[in-house]
Ligand binder design. Structure first.
Ligand code: ADP
Ligand code: MG
Length: 240
């Protein structure tokens, strides 16, 4: 479903990604962790073309991301992305936030877009918030709306970049619960997070990055108990 081969990227002369390769099969959940500044955000943004690469090859569902002929806007619809900050439109209701792209981009008619939005809101336990506005919701509720907005587009895969790191502790678990549910339903997911409880529950594989390199790409069990590099073992000891 998602394939990165020998991906390298520089900011000027600074190498931010060094020969990174990842294969993610349909239905797999891959968790990426590593110290701040190691290139995690840059790496996942390359997957939907939000960050260009200078070397290597990225394919999503057989479509080449760096090929100039590829319609990046279409590709981005197929890959849902959830960031640390929710980026909802504050002046639109929750339902309007969820229907905007369905109507504008997927050309769904308004009533089927609303039907989809309400169905998805029900699944994440937010149906009662449908007519409210983002400033009226808690951080955890807003992040669940952001996830729902991506899901309303029927994505092939979902990318998450530290989706809980700006939340208060009491809001974190409700967002992780939605992500666990999504993983259990078979969604293909790449998740940058340091929430190791989440990783232990649903990750198939763990990737550890440091200084732009993928140092570990292993089954979850092996990662926690027998990471190959000392760098990863040190990091795991600190976050567990
Ligand atoms: P992480 O998500 O693991 O914290 P990032 O991918 O955000 O790491 O950043 C990796 C490195 O690239 C950092 O050293 C960061 O300072 C640098 N970087 C990120 N974005 C830019 C940019 N637009 N220009 C120059 N350097 C950048
Ligand atoms: Mg980051």
């Amino acid at each position: 479903m998602i394939s990165l081969r020998n991906v390298s990227k520089w900011y000027g002369s600074f190498p931010v990604l060094k020969e990174c390769s990842i294969e993610v099969k349909k239905g797999e959940v891959v968790v990426i962790c590593g110290p701040s500044g190691s290139g995690k955000s840059t790496l996942i943004k390359t997957i939907n073309g939000l960050e260009a690469i200078q070397k290597g090859d990225i394919q999503v569902n057989g479509i080449s991301v760096q090929d100039k002929k590829t319609h990046l806007a279409l590709l981005r619809i197929q890959i849902g992305m959830v960031f640390q900050h929710f980026e909802l439109f504050p002046h639109l209701s929750i339902t309007e936030n969820l229907t905007l792209a369905q109507i504008k981009v997927l050309k769904r008619d308004k009533s089927s877009a609303i039907e989809k939005a309400l169905f998805m809101l029900g699944k994440v336990g937010l149906l009662a918030q449908a007519d409210k506005f983002p400033p009226q919701l808690s951080g955890g509720q807003k992040q669940r709306v952001a996830i729902t907005r991506a899901l309303c587009m029927d994505p092939l895969a979902m990318l998450f970049d530290e989706p809980t790191s700006s939340l208060d502790p009491e809001n974190i678990s409700e967002v992780l619960d939605v992500m666990v549910q999504l993983a259990n339903e078979g969604m293909t997911m790449i998740v940058v997070t340091h929430e190791m409880g989440f990783a232990r529950k649903v990750a198939d594989r763990m990737i550890f990055m440091d200084e732009g390199k993928i140092l570990e790409d292993t089954l979850k069990e092996d990662f926690f108990h027998q990471a190959k590099t000392e760098r990863a073992r040190d990091f795991i000891a600190k976050i567990l």
